[in-house]
Design a protein around this ligand. Structure first.
Ligand SMILES: Cc1ncc(COP(=O)(O)O)c(C=O)c1O
Length: 363
């Protein structure tokens, strides 16, 4: 089965050797207090190494005290809801949106309201109109190589969103897990580099650039918000979310191994994007249209003619190929005429084979 629904790194891209080397170095220099409860916002040695890594990749100065260690992006989203919202509050999200975030927001009793999105990211005019009727606690955006649409928010819209957050007193939760996976030039500056005022929380993760099983990520925000993030019972009781792993990843950052791996990932993923794009053009251009993604993991295909999605999925599944239907990414039964394919989980040969099978399912 080739399942293009899977949005994860393939096994050949999970860096066991890198982590073995980083772990050996950690144990060579470790002292007992390295494995006690860690400082609530993350061990200072880790946040400094992370700041240096982000500074190199963002091309802008990053302060270590703007970083708060999280147990990955999902945990960060959940924790932000705990700290900055109450059940019954509203959260505005993009339509379409990362489907697994819906449940996190629902777990917190949040009322999810959607705004549309186009090639330049969240429709800020629509958001502004909505803000005359709704007072959200949070606005959630995936501003770069969006999951599922692949599009990125323009620099102009980023500035307008920040201005609106200050005027209407809501927090921007910018899920920037794909910021470092760009395959075609420089992406727009991350929200993590736009921390003037106290309304921006940028979420990052090692899941997409090292390994999901590390459960390590970060929230980048103003000093005031970092302080608020350290005021929860959870970190008062348990210290930071992942002290031990962070000390190993610190070695991977300092040695340059994490940077080298990131460069390799960009090369391999950009080959996979090119293969998927070329194969779609050969095989499926009568059935779907799309814009080639410039980063991230996903192709967002628009169906040219109406298709019975359930029947298509059944035919595809019988032919041993899978995908995620667009409706999964809507909170309102929308996005029926779309399909999401991830190119991250398969090598080029399997991508070619899977798309050929998908063509058969369409015909
Ligand atoms: C937009 C987005 N946010 C968060 C996550 C989950 O990240 P993590 O593994 O760091 O919890 C994903 C993973 O697919 C994602 O695409």
């Amino acid at each position: 089965m080739i399942n293009f629904g899977i949005g994860r790194p393939s096994a050949d891209l999970l860096p066991l050797d890198l982590l073995r080397q980083a772990s050996e170095e950690f144990f060579r220099v470790a002292e007992p207090h390295d494995i006690t409860y860690g400082r609530k916002e993350g061990d200072a040695r880790f946040t400094e190494s992370l700041a240096a890594f982000l500074e190199k990749n963002y091309g802008q100065q990053i302060r270590a005290d703007s970083l708060f260690l999280s147990g990955g992006a999902s945990q960060a989203l959940d924790y932000i809801c705990t700290q900055f919202s109450r059940p019954g509050d509203s959260i505005i999200v993009e339509e379409p949106c990362y489907f697994l975030a819906f449940q996190i927001f629902k777990d917190h009793g949040l009322n999810i309201i959607t705004v549309p999105l186009d090639r330049d990211g969240m429709d800020i005019d629509a958001l502004e109109a909505l803000l005359s009727r709704v007072k959200p606690a949070l606005v959630y955006t995936i501003p770069i190589y969006q999951n599922p649409s692949g599009c990125s928010m323009s620099a102009v819209r980023r500035k307008r969103l920040i201005a609106l957050s200050q005027e209407h007193d809501f927090l921007i939760v910018a899920d920037e897990v794909y910021q470092l996976l760009s395959y075609n030039g420089t992406p727009p500056a991350a929200f993590g580099t736009m921390l003037t005022g106290d309304t921006v929380l940028s979420v990052g993760s090692f899941s997409k650039i090292l390994a999901p099983g590390l459960r390590l990520g970060w929230i980048q925000t103003s000093n005031k918000r970092v302080r608020q993030l350290t005021e929860a019972g959870l970190v008062n009781s348990g210290g930071n979310m992942n002290q031990f792993t962070s000390m190993i990843v610190k070695q991977a950052l300092d040695s340059g191994l994490a940077q080298k791996h990131l460069v390799e990932l960009r090369t391999i993923y950009s080959e996979r994007v090119n293969t998927m794009d070329a194969t779609l053009r050969e095989q499926l251009s009568d059935h779907v249209s799309w814009t080639k993604p410039e980063g991230g993991y996903f192709f967002w295909l628009k169906l040219i003619k109406h298709v019975d999605m359930k029947a298509l999925q059944e035919r595809a599944s019988a032919l041993q190929v899978g995908f995620h239907p667009g409706a999964l990414f809507s909170n309102n039964d929308g996005m029926q005429g779309y399909i999401r394919l991830s190119f991250a989980y398969y090598k080029q040969e399997s991508i070619r084979q899977g798309i050929a099978q998908l063509k058969t399912a369409f015909e």
